[in-house]
Write a protein that binds this ligand. Structure first.
Ligand SMILES: C[S@@+](CC[C@H](N)C(=O)[O-])C[C@H]1O[C@@H](n2cnc3c(N)ncnc32)[C@H](O)[C@@H]1O
Length: 361
């Protein structure tokens, strides 16, 4: 028998024992090195998918304790937690999501260690591998990519990079408006007029909304030369109170000052970059009343991943002394907006809008 056949048979035995909830035999197989992560070639199911499908919390716990993969996707596009959710099985869903948070949290720490030179690997979660020349995942490739401002066939504005990936799209307007309302409405410092920092101009949707509050200081950090050109052509450099900081936020963040309102929405960066920005917030806030938000699109092609990343971001904010509230914003059906672009980056009915404040004051 070839190695491949032995591997396949051992994997199928793991799946069979999971399907009949035979934990005794499962334990023997796993102790002998059978692959707990094995995916059925015809369905893509893993042992954890089967345990979720059986609604066996005991088996789910056992498999997770033995290192089962929390986020494997079957051929229909579902993770084990999606299956639990389809049954309304909250205990199993929560068990798997908690494991996801633990696993991603540790991967994040390992990623940081690697960046600090503690290990040779630059291996981390959430596709944070920027070795490629893909403008959507590598900042340098993005900054030298041609950007095009255009309208889709329904007249919705968007800006796309040279690979055809959308950088910003008009469908996000309700999210941007809701973010500005949550950041600016009833702000205790409105009397003195707000000072606002926005990182990432894109289509200028959020900056247009911020302008409605007549901020005395409205600072925009923008890195891409074509976006800056667009800002010049559309008069943003001449608006009273607006300061455009050309370059990346990493270039400016240490000398930019303090603000009542801070928003962050870049492109081609990764969770670790957002987290690095979080760490500057204590130095960027003007007062105890200052509010911070960011575009939360982490893992937004799958509800389980989105849930896991919402919790991870919340924990990281907490670690640096920020406490966040998350408001649900409904997102309409979007299939039409992805026509003519390479990848869709959103596939969920609800946006989780974060509003964070320093909790040390
Ligand atoms: C998704 S768009 C922002 C959309 C914006 N919120 C709006 O309402 O239209 C992201 C923007 O961030 C810019 N950007 C990407 N990386 C950046 C960085 N490191 N520093 C500053 N700007 C960056 C991009 O050029 C792009 O204009």
């Amino acid at each position: 028998m070839s190695d491949d056949e032995i591997f396949h048979n051992a994997g199928m035995a793991v799946l069979h024992c999971s399907a009949i909830e035979d934990t005794e035999s499962l334990k023997l197989l796993i102790d002998k090195g059978a692959p707990i992560f094995y995916q059925d070639p015809s369905s893509g199911y893993t042992s954890l998918h089967l345990a979720a499908d059986k609604q066996s919390l005991r088996l789910v716990r056992y498999l997770l304790s033995q290192g089962a993969t929390w986020n494997a996707i079957d051929h229909a596009g579902f993770t084990p937690a999606d299956i639990a959710l389809s049954y309304g099985n909250t205990p199993i869903y929560e068990e798997i999501v908690a494991e996801g948070v633990r696993a991603e949290f540790i991967l994040n720490l390992l990623g940081e260690k690697a960046e600090n030179g503690d290990s040779g690997d630059d291996d981390d979660d959430s596709g944070d591998n920027d070795d490629s020349n893909d403008p959507a995942s590598n900042l340098n490739a993005f900054l030298s990519s041609q950007l095009t401002y255009e309208y889709d066939s329904d007249g919705n504005e968007r800006v796309v990079d040279s690979a055809g990936d959308p950088v910003m799209m008009a469908w996000e307007t309700p999210i941007m408006k809701a973010s500005v309302r949550a950041l600016c409405d009833n702000h205790p410092d409105t009397q003195d007029s707000l000072s606002i920092l926005n990182v990432g101009f894109g289509l200028g949707i959020i900056d247009t909304e911020f302008q409605k509050y007549s901020p005395t200081n409205h600072t925009i950090i923008e890195a891409h030369p074509h976006v800056l050109q667009h800002m010049r052509e559309t008069g943003w450099y001449d608006k009273p109170g607006v300061t455009v900081c050309e370059g990346t936020w990493q270039d400016h963040v240490d000398s930019i000052g303090q603000f009542d309102v801070i928003y962050f929405d870049t492109f081609s960066e990764h969770y670790r970059d957002l987290k690095a920005f979080f760490e500057h917030i204590p130095d960027l806030v003007e007062s105890p009343n200052s509010r911070f938000s960011f575009f939360h699109g982490l893992g937004a092609t799958n509800g389980v991943f989105y849930d896991v990343y919402t919790r991870i971001a919340d924990m990281h904010l907490e670690q640096i002394g920020l406490s966040a509230q998350w408001e649900d914003v409904p997102v309409p059906e979007l299939s039409a907006v992805w026509k003519g672009v390479r990848r869709s980056y959103w596939n969920l009915p609800v946006y989780k809008l974060p509003i964070a404040r320093m909790n040390i004051f």
